[in-house]
Design a protein around this ligand. Structure first.
Ligand SMILES: Nc1ncnc2c1ncn2[C@@H]1O[C@H](COP(=O)(O)OP(=O)(O)OP(=O)(O)O)[C@@H](O)[C@H]1O
Ligand SMILES: [Mg+2]
Length: 266
């Protein structure tokens, strides 16, 4: 399927499913995301949002269905290759290297394809120096973009939670992700920090990065997302603008019925 822009959607899933034992965590999900869009994936706890991210980033193989990136079938592509192709993601539980600096956390993701060649010792000292300089410049640029330059040499475990989440996004940038899957980028943040994240998401989209975010904070969903996909019990039950979707009493019942007991939900 080609969009009006003449480009294929950056991401398509076709009847994508994943079972754990007899339990279908993701059940026949067909979604499409256009290049440059900001799409929110919402739904109650346990709906399968993170599992869907795991399938799209290929950290989990699907039980059945198809995954396309830029119109290309990547259902059986390795997560490493998908990352090189331009899919980046953050994790609900952040997952930085806590004992490494913010700089080093980002640098790990800024290595080029040539780094593997460098490690195998096939390149000249001049090429090695050039590669090291390029990585340094890339890390500097990305930390600056994310507003993290001042904490570049701080150990990640000592950063504030909001800064840690920014480092996670900066890593996607270092890897030159064109599609970023952000799993609850605003959870655990205060109002000012959430606003900061919203601005960063909008800036990324303005710079051509396509964003899919999972988020329970409906304030940020309404603020940044142009479209929302509602997932419940592993299936898509609605897709619309966030406002229209959240006005559906049926979906609100599914969402708030499940989530009322969860703290920190706006
Ligand atoms: N590795 C696994 N093994 C077994 N069950 C799993 C596994 N991963 C996820 N599940 C189950 O799949 C369902 C969907 O989980 P998932 O983490 O995708 O939900 P979610 O929508 O991200 O929820 P939340 O909003 O709480 O983060 C849950 O019932 C979960 O327990
Ligand atoms: Mg989740």
């Amino acid at each position: 399927m080609i969009s009006a822009s003449g480009r294929p959607p950056i991401l398509q899933t076709v009847e994508l499913s994943r079972s754990f034992g007899g339990f279908r965590a993701v059940d026949g999900v067909t979604v499409s995301v256009e290049q440059g869009d900001i799409v929110a994936l919402i739904g109650p706890n346990g709906a399968g949002k993170t599992t869907l991210f795991n399938l799209i980033s290929r950290l989990l193989p699907p039980t059945s269905g198809q995954l396309l990136f830029d119109g290309q079938d990547v259902t059986h592509t390795s997560p490493q290759r998908l990352a090189r192709m331009g899919i980046g993601r953050t994790f609900q539980d952040v997952r930085l290297f806590d004992s490494m600096t913010a700089w080093d956390n980002v640098a790990v993701f800024a290595q080029s394809d040539r780094s593997a060649t460098l490690r195998s010792g096939l390149l000249s000292p001049r090429a090695v120096r050039r590669e090291a300089r390029q990585v340094r410049e890339r890390v500097e640029e990305v930390l600056e973009y994310a507003g993290l330059s001042a904490v570049a040499s701080t150990i990640a475990g000592e950063l504030s939670f909001a800064q840690q989440k920014k480092v996670a996004i900066a890593r996607c940038l270092a890897q030159r992700a064109r599609l970023m899957l952000l799993d609850e980028p605003a959870s655990g943040l205060d109002a000012g920090e959430r606003e900061d994240v919203a601005k960063m998401i909008e800036k990324l989209a303005g710079d051509g990065v396509t964003i899919v975010l999972v988020e329970h904070n409906m304030g940020i969903v309404r603020e940044v997302a142009r479209r929302a996909i509602f997932l419940a019990e592993g299936t898509v039950v609605g897709e619309d603008t966030p406002d229209r979707l959240l006005h559906s009493s049926e979906l609100a019942e599914i969402y708030f019925g499940h989530i009322r007991s969860t703290a920190g939900v706006a």
